[in-house]
Design a protein around this ligand. Structure first.
Ligand code: AMP
Length: 210
C-alpha cells in the first residue's frame, strides 16, 4: 500500500503513521524527520536546511524531491510506504506521480484553533522521535520519553512565532493538494479533533483505507 498522509502541521499525521507502519508493515517516511536527523548529524544537507526548518518555511522542492526519490527507491519500500509531510507543493505531487503510483491519500482534517493548541503543547523525544502532547497524549512520566526516559524537547518550529508562519505556508502551498488529489480520486478524509485519542484517529484511518 502506497500512501500519503496529508493535513496541516499538528493534524496527527506522524502519530497515526507510527501506528499504521506496524499495522500495514510498511515504512513510515517523514520528510520532517529526515531533515531533522540530517540537522542532528550535521550533514551538508542538514546545514543547508537548518535555518529553513527553524523558521517553519519550506525546503526547496528540488532538494526535498531528490531526498524522497532516493528514500522510496530503497528495497524496504517495494511493498509500500507512508509518506508523512510529502508532498507539500503541487510541484512535489507532480514529481511523486512520476516516481510511483499511489493507492490513497489520507487527508487529516482539523480546525486551525485546534492545530495551534496541539502544536504549542507538542513535545518529542529527540532520539526515538516519539511524539507526545502535554495535555492530549502525555508521557507516563512528565517530560520524559516512555521508552528511553530521555528528556522531551519542544521543536523550535512549535514555538509561537513559527506556528503561525507554518499555518500560512500550509494554506498557501499545501492545501491546494486536497483538490489536486481529489481530482485524481485518491482522497480519503479523516475528521480529527483534540477530543479524539490517537487510537480513535487510527481506527478512523483504517476504516477509510478499507
Ligand atoms: P514536519 O515535521 O512535517 O512538520 O516538517 C518540519 C519541517 O521540515 C517543515 O516545516 C519544513 O521546513 C520541512 N519539510 C518537511 N517536509 C517538507 C516538504 N515536503 N517540502 C518542504 N519542506 C519540508
Amino acid at each position: 500500500m502506497k500512501m500519503v498522509f496529508l493535513g496541516p502541521p499538528g493534524a496527527g499525521k506522524g502519530t497515526v503513521a507510527a501506528k499504521a507502519k506496524d499495522y500495514y508493515s510498511i515504512p513510515h517516511i517523514s520528510t520532517g524527520d529526515l531533515f531533522r536527523s540530517n540537522i542532528k548529524n550535521k550533514t551538508e544537507l542538514g546545514k543547508q536546511v537548518e535555518a529553513i526548518l527553524a523558521a517553519g518555511s519550506l525546503v526547496p522542492d528540488s532538494v526535498t524531491i531528490a531526498m524522497v526519490k532516493d528514500r522510496i527507491s530503497q528495497p524496504d519500500c517495494e511493498k509500500g510506504f507512508i509518506l508523512d509531510g510529502f508532498p507539500r507543493t503541487i510541484a512535489q505531487a507532480e514529481a511523486l506521480a512520476e516516481m510511483t503510483e499511489l493507492d490513497a491519500v489520507v487527508n487529516f482534517v482539523i480546525s486551525n484553533e485546534e492545530v495551534v493548541e496541539r502544536l504549542s503543547g507538542r513535545r518529542m523525544c529527540p532520539s526515538t522521535g516519539h511524539i507526545y502532547h502535554v495535555k492530549f497524549n502525555p508521557p507516563k512520566v512528565e517530560g520524559k520519553d516512555d521508552e528511553t526516559g530521555e528528556d522531551l524537547i519542544q521543536r523550535d518550529d512549535d514555538k509561537p512565532q513559527a506556528i503561525l508562519h507554518r499555518l500560512e505556508v500550509y494554506t498557501a502551498q499545501t492545501e491546494p493538494l486536497i483538490k489536486w488529489y481529489t481530482d485524481r480520486g485518491l482522497i480519503r478524509n479523516v475528521q480529527t479533533s483534540n477530543s479524539m485519542s490517537p487510537d480513535a484517529v487510527f481506527e478512523e484511518t483504517k476504516k477509510v483505507l478499507k
